[in-house]
Design a protein around this ligand. Structure first.
Ligand code: SF4
Ligand code: SF4
Length: 189
């Protein structure tokens, strides 16, 4: 397998602090209403302790990105060296095809620029030998940068509960599923 960078989302560690999402906004000085990374609490049917389990999600830099395939302006390309899906905003004509086609809701409309945009995987930082801003900022190491070509984590899953399954896209993301915390009851004596 060729090198394919992806995000490892550790739902067992994530505390839902939104630091990753804020770091993303800071990195790109994003306008109000522009969000590339979002932190979602798991539904109570999936995880009974709703306030304690989250998925931090952005673009999945899919192996077969539908955004790239539907763009009439060829504003997307997938990097040969690491599989990052890059959106070139200067080419974007704001038609919305990518936004409508991405089943993960990762491509979004920028109402200020009137163009689409999405997580860039901080490719400029990657090329400088640095971690993506979201990964670097997480205070509990719940987000990691992984190379799927050599990734072997026995407990990692591609489609955890609540994350939509689209095998044709083959999203470059892996998860550690949250487990129910151990409840320790105080003795009344
Ligand atoms: S998650 Fe959506 S925007 Fe990101 S590469 Fe896949 S299809 Fe494209
Ligand atoms: S910074 Fe880390 S702990 Fe906080 S919401 Fe993001 S992934 Fe979760």
């Amino acid at each position: 397998m060729r090198k394919q960078l992806g995000f490892y989302v550790d739902a067992k560690r994530c505390i839902g602090c939104f630091t990753c999402a804020m770091a993303c906004k800071n990195q790109y000085l994003q306008d109000t209403g522009v969000i590339w990374r979002q932190v979602y609490p798991l539904k109570t049917e999936i995880y009974p302790h709703r306030e304690r389990a989250f998925y931090s999600l952005a673009c999945n830099h899919c192996a077969n990105p539908t955004c790239l395939n539907v763009c009439p302006a060829r504003a997307f390309y997938k990097r040969d060296q690491d599989g990052i899906v890059v959106h070139e905003q200067d080419k974007c004509i704001g038609c919305g095809n990518c936004i409508r086609s991405c089943p993960y809701g990762a491509a979004r409309y920028n109402p200020v620029l009137k163009k689409a945009e999405k997580c860039s995987f901080c490719w400029e930082r990657i090329d400088a030998g640095q971690q993506p801003a979201c990964v670097l900022s997480c205070p509990v190491d719940a987000l990691r940068l992984i190379d799927l070509a050599g990734f072997e984590e026995p407990n990692a899953v591609q489609y955890p509960p609540g994350f939509p399954r689209f095998p044709s896209l083959n999203p470059s993301v892996r998860f550690r599923v949250a487990t129910t915390p151990t409840i320790i009851r105080r003795s009344r004596t």
